[in-house]
Design a protein around this ligand. Structure first.
Ligand SMILES: [Zn+2]
Length: 308
């Protein structure tokens, strides 16, 4: 039997028919032109049909969704999904009714971490910390081979750990979160603020009339742009502190790093590894394997399907 995995982002939805071993048999992607729950459910139904058409003979009876947002345990209720503009949406029930199938909704990072655990860089490791630094910062904890969800289902939100009391406003509505200093969206905002203030001359030259990106930030910092360096070093320092402390707390056997910011700033990943190991206690980092996520964009699809 196969299961359907759904990756629900803010601008698109992807669907895949997935084998029990994590192999993708068929997949499809639908742009989200509207973001009401009804429109998203309809887009998922379309994506499902297209994915199933690529996998003739597959028998799909269950569906797993990885959604960017905070969920209420296994109830299928999405408490907050900032990039969809949702609050308290009974999404799992709506989708199950539309598809006529049982549906499990999990956090997108939980899905990605589970995909890496079952078919990617975390295979064979019972205790895993997974951290993705992309547009936002997400993480998930696997302990004794099981996802740690917490009493309300929102455990592992490393992106919303506070690093500056009453600091920058984060997309979650709270202030001073790690994500507000290190997520791709906020790095771009920090660069724009510096450029608007007439700072970061080397970065300004590289960016021109375009939108700054993390690769340009790293290049400008390395070329000696003091203002770019301040933003870059701050992000590196906060990430290293939070990740290193999590290693001390959880003593994972494997740490999986992924996400667009780490992929596109070529030296940040290596610097972060060195810096976080320097923060973690000697006992907790001894024997720790740090690996790069192996499944790319498919980790969430595969993990959501296998969690269904
Ligand atoms: Zn936050």
């Amino acid at each position: 039997m196969q299961t359907l995995g759904i990756d629900l982002g803010g601008t698109y939805v992807r669907a895949a028919v997935v084998e029990a071993d994590g192999t993708i048999l068929g997949s499809s992607k639908q742009a989200l032109t509207e973001r009401t729950p009804e429109a998203v459910v309809a887009a998922i139904a379309l994506a499902k049909r297209a994915a199933e058409a690529e996998a003739p003979g597959a028998r799909v009876e269950r569906c797993g969704v990885g959604a960017a947002g905070q969920l209420e345990g296994d109830s299928g209720v999405i408490l907050v999904a900032p990039n969809l503009g949702w609050r308290n949406v009974p999404f799992g029930a709506l989708l199950a009714e539309k598809l006529g199938q049982s549906v499990r909704v999990v956090n997108d990072l939980s899905a990605a971490a589970w995909g890496e655990h079952e078919a990617g860089a975390a295979q064979g490791a019972p205790d895993v910390l997974t951290v993705f630094v992309g547009t936002g910062v997400g993480s998930a904890i696997i302990a004794n081979g099981a996802l740690v969800q917490g009493a309300r289902g929102v455990a592992g939100e490393l992106g919303h750990v506070k690093v500056v009391p009453n600091g920058r406003l984060c997309g979650c509505g709270e202030k001073g979160c790690l994500e507000a200093y290190t997520g791709g969206h906020h790095l771009i905002e920090l660069m724009k603020e510096a450029l608007a203030a007439g700072k970061a001359p080397l970065l300004a030259k590289a960016v021109g009339e375009g939108t700054p990106n993390p690769a340009q930030l790293e290049a400008a910092a390395e070329a000696g742009d003091v203002d770019a360096r301040a933003i870059y070093d701050q992000a590196l320092r906060f990430l290293a502190l939070c990740l290193g402390n999590q290693v001390t707390m959880l003593n994972p056997g494997r740490l999986i790093l992924g996400g667009g910011v780490l992929a596109h700033a070529p030296h940040l990943r290596q610097r972060l590894e060195g810096a976080l190991l320097a923060v973690a206690s000697v006992a907790s980092r001894t024997g720790l394997e740090v690996r790069t996520a192996a499944l790319g964009d498919d980790s969430g699809l595969i993990g959501a399907a296998l969690l269904a």
